[in-house]
Design a protein around this ligand. Structure first.
Ligand code: ADP
Length: 629
């Protein structure tokens, strides 16, 4: 028989292993969950392959994962009669990083090692977690239907070997992972301890688990491997659901919402779906779609079928259908009209259930929205036909409620007489938005303004026609048009300076700022600040424009309009001094007003040295320093 071939682990695996070998992680138990789940996955893969070639499983049709202890040899092994691995698959799967969870875990280490380490349990680092408890791991494997078997072996220190394995010594089919336990991992030889971990972490696995407590003992079934979703709801406990959620989502909190239903009628299918209790690490990963496990009559057809629209990608689910054909490829299944109808039905139901939660349990729903609202809002942009339903789900921060619990219905109910539009301001943080000068005139009139901090906001709000006949209107775009709405008592401003002086000041401002501002005009939207910048009447929202420019989808950002609060004491004083003013100071003041307005709008200064020089000159004059320039 040929000798063992030695291979080096891919560099990233080496790093990961180093961490595992030296692990001081207190929750080492998770390695067992990972290995059992790999065994079950291998069974599900073979179940699918056997559809095309039933001879693969003819000799042993019942899938099983068996965990065995051997105190004398100090080993714990996890065996499955699943698909197995060829030599090439061994080198690939157990020599590189295959899973996205492991990749994400490693990425988290780049920023901050200790944090990453604590997160081991959350990411599900797969096979390599075995090295937390084992000084050596042997993997004996034989691919279903193959006439050869292999032994993979490693001490987790940089290299692994692969050698042919005599068929008599190999599993008839599938894989046996043998952990040679470290001195300090003897608890994994204690049957009560291991059985507890298996029951706690692996009971929801869709393949039965057998347990061999000690060498020579009979295997004992711990779980029946029946699909949780096919049981009637009243036969499933909250713990069962939570456990299943954990194994499905790789998250270790409790789900915020568990949905389990059976659709009957035109199509028959069962769905078990979870809204996670916290944000998964890859929520905003652009490749993350609305994926879930698709079963056809209990056979796993696709691990990550695109069942949900991407704006529901935070929902994790299993769909099992009796109507889809099993005798065609998984691609064809997913292109079928029946699958399209199921997808639609599932999305509808999830939106309905979220709406119910929002109506019946505001507190629980607030958490869901805080975690996933930014994703749900993508639906407002991507599926206009669902807007009305999604508007019911949407919660907003506004000038009346910074906590973000306002609905559009609340907004409309609080509209002022003569108010015709729903006002909003987009930006990147609620606090900063709340401090925007553009809001002053609206506040002074008691007009509520929605504060929209998520990048997606700028998109949906510019395409949504309105809500209940009220158009959405940006407070930082075009003329404010709010003069007809009376000011609240006590907020009337001071008198304006004489019109002629103002006109001269505006003319000078326009001329000075010609290069940077498309217009300079008096404002209705200001009451405290001297100035602000807004987008032109028919232009794009400033934030949207900036985002498009950052992504290279727009060449130039257009020049803003500078709006001036004519009643502000600074403006009044400048207008009054037009005739005799120090020209240099006047010009500096005009530019600084513009610069300050840009900064308040979250814009970077185009000419920072110019700004600094102007500020220094003005300050020098203010404190009476000689010859500052
Ligand atoms: P993940 O399971 O998340 O993909 P792992 O590191 O646990 O990551 O496993 C890497 C790969 O090794 C798996 O995707 C699978 O292809 C293969 N593998 C692991 N265990 C088994 C097994 N018991 N049977 C067959 N293949 C396996």
């Amino acid at each position: 028989m040929a000798a063992a071939e030695s291979h080096a682990f891919q560099a990233d695996v080496g790093r990961l292993l180093d961490l595992m070998v030296h692990s001081v992680y207190s929750e080492r138990d998770i390695f067992l969950r990972e290995l059992v789940s790999n065994g079950a996955d291998a069974c599900e893969k073979l179940r699918y392959e056997a559809l095309a070639d039933p001879t693969l499983v003819a000799a042993d049709p019942d899938f099983l994962v068996t965990v065995s202890l051997d105190k004398h040899a100090r080993t714990l092994s996890v065996a499955d009669n699943g698909i197995g691995m060829s030599a090439a698959e061994l080198a690939q799967s157990l020599g590189t990083i295959a899973s996205s969870g492991t990749r994400a875990f490693l990425d988290s280490l780049k920023d901050d090692a200790p944090v990453g380490k604590d997160l081991i349990g959350q990411f599900g680092i797969g096979f390599y977690s075995g090295f937390m408890v084992a000084q050596r791991i042997d993997v004996e494997t034989r691919r279903a239907g193959a006439g050869e078997a292999h032994l993979w072996s490693s001490d987790g220190k940089g290299t692994f070997s692969i050698a042919p394995l005599a068929l008599e010594a190999a599993p008839a089919r599938g894989t046996r992972v043998i952990l040679h336990l470290k001195e300090d991992a003897s608890e994994y030889l204690e049957s009560t301890h291991v059985e507890r971990i298996l029951r706690e972490h692996s009971s929801a696995i869709a393949v039965p688990i057998a347990f061999v407590e000690a060498l020579g003992k009979e295997p004992r079934r711990l779980t029946d491997g029946s699909a949780l979703w096919s049981k009637p709801k009243n036969a499933v406990s909250a713990d069962d659901y939570n456990e299943f959620y954990r194994s499905l989502c790789g998250q270790f909190d409790a789900p915020a919402l568990t949905l389990h239903w059976r659709a009957e009628g035109r199509h028959e299918y069962t769905v078990l779906a979870f809204v996670p209790g916290s944000r998964p690490f890859d929520l905003f990963d652009s490749s993350r779609k609305g994926r879930g496990k698709l079963y056809v009559r209990h056979v796993l057809v696709a691990e990550d079928a695109e069942i949900l629209p991407s704006w529901l990608r935070f929902v994790r689910l299993v769909v099992d259908s009796a109507d889809l054909p099993l005798n065609v490829s998984r691609e064809l299944i997913q292109e079928s009209a029946v699958f399209a109808a199921i997808k639609k039905g599932v999305a509808n139901r999830i939106v309905q259930e979220l709406t119910k939660l929002a109506e019946n349990d505001a507190e629980a729903y607030a958490k869901v929205w805080a975690n996933f609202g930014a994703v749900l809002k993508e639906g407002l942009y991507e599926e206009p036909e669902r807007r009305d339903a999604l508007f019911k789900l949407a919660r907003f921060a506004s000038t009346l409620d910074l906590d973000g619990k306002r609905t559009l219905a609340d907004y409309v109910a609080a509209m002022r007489p003569n108010q015709t539009a729903i006002y909003y301001l987009t930006g990147d943080a609620i606090k900063r938005l709340d401090a925007s000068p553009q809001l002053e005139g609206f506040r002074a009139r008691g007009l509520e303004v929605l504060l929209l901090p998520d990048p997606i906001d700028a998109f949906w709000v510019s395409t949504a026609v309105g809500y209940e006949g009220k158009p959405f209107k940006s407070v930082s775009q075009g003329a404010a048009d709010i003069k007809s709405i009376p000011l609240k008592e006590g907020t009337e401003g001071q008198a304006e300076p004489p019109a002629a002086a103002l006109a001269t000041l505006f003319a000078l401002m326009k001329q000075q700022l010609e290069e940077v501002a498309s217009d300079v005009r008096p404002s209705d939207r200001l009451s405290e600040s001297p100035a602000c910048v807004v987008a032109a009447d028919h232009g794009l929202d400033r934030r949207l424009e900036r985002m498009l420019a950052e992504h290279g989808q727009l060449k130039n950002v257009s020049k803003p309009v500078l709006e001036i609060n004519s009643k502000h004491p600074l403006i009044a004083a400048l207008a009054a001094q037009m005739a005799q003013a120090d020209k240099e100071a006047l010009n500096d003041a005009i530019w600084l007003i513009f610069d300050a307005a840009q900064l308040m709008d979250g814009e970077k200064l185009a000419d920072a040295p110019g700004f600094a020089a102007r500020l220094t000159r003005i300050l020098g004059k203010a404190v009476g320093a000689p010859n500052v320039s």
